[in-house]
Design a protein around this ligand. Structure first.
Ligand code: HEC
Length: 112
């Protein structure tokens, strides 16, 4: 009896989760391989010239592999508005693009 109720609760939760799959949610949900892949290609196009190829090369900007993993808000803000000599990206990249870049920076490349 108890088991049955639990299963039902899980099913409802799953349905709710997939129904509200907006871009906003995507940012807080666990990263998907698609998002990381999108972030990787955006990174290669827009960021690697300063931050190193696949974040591995010697960066001319800052080393993104050491960016604090718990500070997504700062990442989004710095990328959208720029920081010191880094140009702002808010006019070039959509919030979804920046969200994908965040997944790439956090989960996209193996740490050395
Ligand atoms: C023209 C060179 C250049 C490009 C291109 C560039 N950056 Fe930067 N970036 C910099 C420099 C320089 C800094 C260091 C800024 C500072 O702290 O003074 C920086 C810093 C950062 C930081 C750290 C900001 C902080 O709050 O400490 C992040 C995150 C970042 N860049 C992400 C990106 C992403 C994502 C892209 C691609 C969309 C990108 N950058 C493209 C030059 C660049």
């Amino acid at each position: 009896m108890m088991m049955r109720m639990l299963c039902k609760a899980v099913a409802v939760a799953l349905m709710t989760a997939s129904a509200s799959g907006t871009a906003q949610d995507a940012a807080v949900k666990p990263f998907t391989p698609e998002q990381i892949k999108k972030g990787a290609s955006l990174y290669a196009t827009n960021c690697e010239s300063c931050h190193g190829v696949r974040m591995m090369g010697p960066p001319w900007g800052s080393d993104l592999t050491t960016f604090p993993r718990d500070n997504r808000a700062r990442f989004v803000d710095s990328v959208a508005h720029g920081k010191n000599t880094m140009p702002p990206w808010g006019d070039v990249l959509s919030p979804e693009d920046i969200a994908a870049l965040w997944t790439y920076v956090v989960a996209g490349e193996p740490k050395n």
